[in-house]
Design a protein around this ligand. Structure first.
Ligand SMILES: [Zn+2]
Length: 616
């Protein structure tokens, strides 16, 4: 099955045949692998032929269980009841067990000579599919790992402050402009994470043993090994990318800090240091779009309001979905199948609980693609629908691959592709589909770019540091006593934000971010933010576009669509570098595209920043 969920302040993971194992992995104890075959295979020296037969079998096994599992998960997300939760937990358990078995069995072929490239790649994908591997053959440790990870998720999921859920607290963080109210909300949510720390430390130890059993130095190395390059080279590469975008981030930071100083006073927001982390409109200061009104006055009016345009043109949920479908047919993709319209969830039902968090699914890994979303006629949802259907188009494109290759070649690709499509929702596109009468003049672009930058540029250092912290934790560079201090060191260094109050010795602030107790790797989101602009630039160059990148839309361009499809169809069958090359001609991630996209904003920011002292 593949299932992709949309980010919405809180990113959720991508799950496809193999990734599904990772997503579900640590919830339940791993049972020992099936004995008969295992024992026989262990005594004999495995051959390349055995390896080929094994990966073939593994693919079939996965395909067999994944369709049933994904239908259960679909029902669970659409009808949340005691029983559907129970059934979903059973499926997760089954998948976990299978994932551990397959990873450990794949390991038996380490060092076997004469493997063809394809078999080697499939073995690697199987071994690296787990996020937190349980130690081999230690049922007790596996059970403990499952208990801890379930408990951590539940602590996060049920966390509340004075009866308010995270959703409500997040709304306060977004809309309040009262320093003390923001502070109390920010501190309150972090109290939820304190009791997680000891459990988290115990979990790290167990997962590291499991990673060791699979042949990795620690769990962080396992995570960094998933990128078709040496794990150290990968770490160096993300640093290089950060270096390329840092000047842009610093310009944005400088301007935002000045505006926050005007709003809250420079005693509260000192103009030569990091920004207090609770003032940026978001619980984790990871995206700053909610403070657009504070930082983008004057020149920064985008010139139109898409939500209003949708309203004026009577767009309902169906019209919004059909418009996005039309976007993809305009570049040459087959229309979405009838079953997409019959089986998707578009509206929040009145009579039952559903997971409203937007997601894209492929139930049978063939054509049964759907989205699940509670659509409202807003600009945000209009973009999200394009993004989600982008996932569906990707899922359908790689259905031609064998099961182990039905996914993206690295975990940043799926999100990047959805987001790249959303970058084509330009004023010009809106005019072509009849939503906008006239494209605003270029002096209005600063507002559009500012809105984009507050989400996409502001996110970059956060996207980078979450896993930098975890890499240090898994390697033992940070011990439990230093977990929190190490977290704030990174947040200050990369984001230029600081804790607004001294943190208690027992604080565990990283646990206040879903992906830490939820054990979802995070570097994928950093990569997705880089790749989407790289894809967008390549697409626009292919289309012969010569204007500014932020005005380019690939709407209607079948030539671009054809080359795009060629990359999508590859799935995970080739390295991500090869997939990237197929579409962009480049074999490396390249942040110069994001620089180019935001160039007009960077120039504008640098003008605003004249006379200010930037940096922290
Ligand atoms: Zn997505």
């Amino acid at each position: 099955m593949s299932l992709i969920t949309k980010r919405a302040g809180q990113f959720a993971g991508a799950v496809s045949a193999l990734a599904l194992l990772a997503a579900c992995d640590p919830q339940t104890p791993a049972a020992p692998a099936d004995d008969a075959g295992e024992t026989a295979a262990e005594t004999a020296q495995p051959t390349a032929e055995d390896a080929r037969a094994f990966v073939e079998r593994a693919g079939q096994k996965l395909a067999a269980v994944s369709e049933e599992a994904s239908r259960v998960f679909w029902i669970n997300a659409n009808f949340i009841t005691y029983d559907s939760n129970w059934l979903a937990a059973k499926q997760s358990e089954r998948l976990t067990k299978l994932g551990v078995e397959l990873a450990q069995e794949a390991r038996r072929f380490d060092g076997v000579d004469g493997l063809d490239a394809d078999t080697r790649r499939k073995l690697m994908l199987l071994k690296e599919s787990l996020t937190l591997p349980a130690p081999a053959g230690d049922d007790e440790a596996a059970a403990e790992l499952a208990r801890i990870t379930t408990e951590l998720q539940s602590m996060y999921g049920t966390g509340e402050v004075d009866g308010k859920s995270l959703g409500e607290l997040s709304e306060t963080m977004a809309s309040s402009r009262d320093y003390d109210e923001l502070l109390a909300t920010w501190v309150g949510w972090r109290d939820v994470a304190k009791p997680m720390k000891d459990m988290y430390a115990a979990m790290v130890d167990i997962a590291n043993q499991g990673a060791g059993d699979l042949g990795y130095d620690d769990t962080g190395v396992l995570w960094r090994s998933k990128y078709d390059m040496d794990p150290d080279a990968f770490a160096a590469d993300v640093d290089r990318l950060w270096g390329e975008v840092k000047p842009l981030y610093e310009s944005l930071h400088c301007h935002v800090r000045a505006k926050l100083g005007e709003q809250y006073g420079t005693d509260k927001v000192p103009q030569d240091g990091p920004i207090p982390a609770h003032l940026l409109g978001n619980m984790w200061a990871q995206q700053w779009g909610e403070i657009f009104d504070l930082v983008a006055e004057g020149d920064a009016d985008p010139g139109y309001d898409l939500t209003q345009l949708l309203k004026d043109a009577d767009y309902d949920h169906m019209k919004m979905v059909e418009t996005a479908d039309n976007f993809f047919t305009s570049v040459g993709f087959e229309p979405l199948p009838e079953t997409f319209y019959e089986r998707s969830l578009f509206l929040k039902p009145e009579d039952r609980d559903v997971v409203c968090h937007a997601s894209a699914w492929n139930l049978d890994d063939q054509d049964d693609i759907r989205i699940k979303m509670c659509i409202k006629p807003t600009a945000d949802d209009f973009k999200t629908i394009h993004h989600e259907i982008g996932h569906n188009i990707y899922q359908r494109a790689y259905k031609i691959q064998p099961p182990l290759y039905r996914g993206d070649p690295n975990d940043g690709f799926h999100e990047a592709i959805g987001d790249m499509i959303a970058l084509s929702i330009t004023p010009d596109y809106l005019k072509q589909i009849g939503l906008l009468d006239q494209v605003p003049s270029e002096d209005k672009d600063i507002g559009l770019l500012m809105a984009q930058a507050l989400d996409k540029v502001a996110f970059l250092p956060f996207g980078l540091l979450v896993d930098k912290w975890r890499w240090q934790v898994f390697s033992g560079e940070l011990t439990p006593d230093d977990y929190n201090q190490g977290w704030w060191k990174l947040r200050e260094q990369y984001q230029g934000v600081t804790a607004p109050v001294d943190r208690a010795a027992d604080a565990f602030d990283p646990g206040a971010k879903y992906h830490v107790p939820g054990n979802t790797p995070y570097m994928r989101y950093f990569l997705a933010h880089i790749f989407q602009f790289q894809f967008h630039r390549a697409a626009c160059e292919m289309a012969g576009w010569e204007g500014p990148l932020h005005r380019c839309s690939i709407y209607g361009n079948k030539e671009v669509g054809e080359k795009f499809n060629a990359m999508l169809e590859m799935g995970a069958s080739k390295t991500w570098q090869e997939a990237l090359e197929a579409f962009t001609g480049q074999t490396e991630a390249d942040a110069t595209a994001i620089q180019a996209y935001f160039k007009p904003l960077k120039d504008w920011l640098d003008e605003q920043n004249q006379g200010r002292s930037c940096g922290w």
